[in-house]
Design a protein around this ligand. Sequence first.
Ligand code: SAH
Ligand code: SF4
Ligand code: F3S
Length: 534
Amino acid sequence: MRVYLETFGCQMNELDSELVRSNLLSLGYSFVDRPDDASVILFNTCSVREQAEQKAWSRIGIVGQRKKAGEKLILGVLGCMAERDGLDMLRRHPQVDILCGPGELDRLPHLLGNMRSITDDRPARADRVALAGNSNRRTATLEAAQDGLEALDLSRSFDPAHSLAGKASAYVRITRGCNKFCTYCVVPHTRGAEVHRPPDHIVDECKRLADQGVIEVTLLGQTVNHYRYTHGRALTIEGLELPQVGPGLSAFRTPLGGASAGSGAAGDRTTTFADLLFRIHEEVPALQRIRFVTSYPRDFSDEALKVMAQSPRICPYLHAPAQSGSDRILKLMNRGYTVTQYLEFVDRAFKIVPDLSLAGDFIVGFPTETDADFEATCDLVRRVPFKNNFIFKYSPRPGTVAYDRIPDDVPDEVKRWRNNRLLAIQSERSAEVHASWVGRTLPVFFQDTRSIRRAPIAAGAALVGATIEGLAPATQPAPEVNGIGSWQAIGRTAGDLIVAVPAATVADADALVGSIRLVRITESGDLLLKGQFA
Ligand code: SAH
Ligand code: SF4
Ligand code: F3S
């Protein structure tokens, strides 16, 4: 069976798609690059904003037309939209055959197997749907439920051709789900409770990836610094460690760092986020770059920052979204910190980690956000040296607390204006941050090749996907192209700054992809740095 798989949404989804792909390949499915060539079409979807859902709906509509025209296709909707919409999607969109939530992806081969026997009759709904919300897994313990999913992560076979744009780079999950329940966010509803993977599994996965030529891993978790694994609590009958439900936010009420770090409340041995970073750095020396996203701005221990500072292959990069610069809005968002606490965290991080780069996210137009609240957000962006920020217009998501309790009262044109205004301020900030790197010589990991007839912004967008999304104002001035060859090799510094280096031919630029080279930074703009080989 020929499968077309398209992915929407965040890095978690990209990793899930990679796992689904390698799982189905091992079962004899083949993959094609165009939906027209496929008999199985899978969309791995995102629900975080309405716009993300719209993209998937339009694809689902197109498949519906093909099916109406008589083509025999299997359409599977995977991921967060499947989980959020649930059976409603099947009722309203009968062309959807399979629904599989992000916490049930290990069951996808089974669902596809059920469908493969289709003639004109479809299998019963129960044989086509796997969602956490209606699953009988609820009756089992969450640890056991995660076992199949864990097997999916562990069975991964790294496929460089389908990894991140920059080959040699891979994602490794450390935590699933989220316990934070920010009032605007669907993720805790679609991905479920926070579950931490056993450190041995994570380290083994990193080692296997390194053996296959990966030199950069990005550790994934929605609040990645909340990683904490208490040993000896969740074990199989054979005594092997299992994924473990997160301790909840109360675990972080005791002061982080100092004597308490590294040991659980009851004296159990605990692997903290700092311990995990250290282990990966020490035990997988072939990894040149170790990064992690997304950091929650509270509960980030000095220990973790010190491990970053002292481990040369852990990237001095934090993606720590502030979301708003107004305490009143932060409270309504249930973010759990004030602007002062955010600033304290950032100050601490810049003090402890030399050459740190910081990125983040903001939501504009959250319900009740006034001009003064928005000004406070602008002030925060002016004050903190963010290298870039994703900026999103608030999108009300059914099922979230904000959707139910706080009317979406900021008009769309105001949201749009605030979005553009904040992008413009961020753009100045980015230009300042970038300018401070001119004259330095830095290792750059090359991951893409571009003709500079294309605007550099497009190059950046292709390279880092969403990373640049929030940074690009709609009306970008035409890029300055004089004095540079017609090809560029595009890469990133350890701090995740985008660097373009001229190359004489496309072959020269391509030859650099996957390697780390020293580059002297000669120029800077708001979107990227330019340089020459040192
Ligand atoms: N776990 C990460 C974020 C995951 S979602 C964190 O807490 O930082 C990625 C980003 O999408 C969020 O940081 C937020 O800025 C944005 N986002 C989430 N829900 C949104 C909504 N309903 N409307 C607009 N933006 C949203
Ligand atoms: Fe969503 Fe908040 Fe969890 Fe991030 S921390 S995934 S924004 S609920
Ligand atoms: Fe989207 Fe789900 Fe990721 S909602 S942002 S795909 S966790």
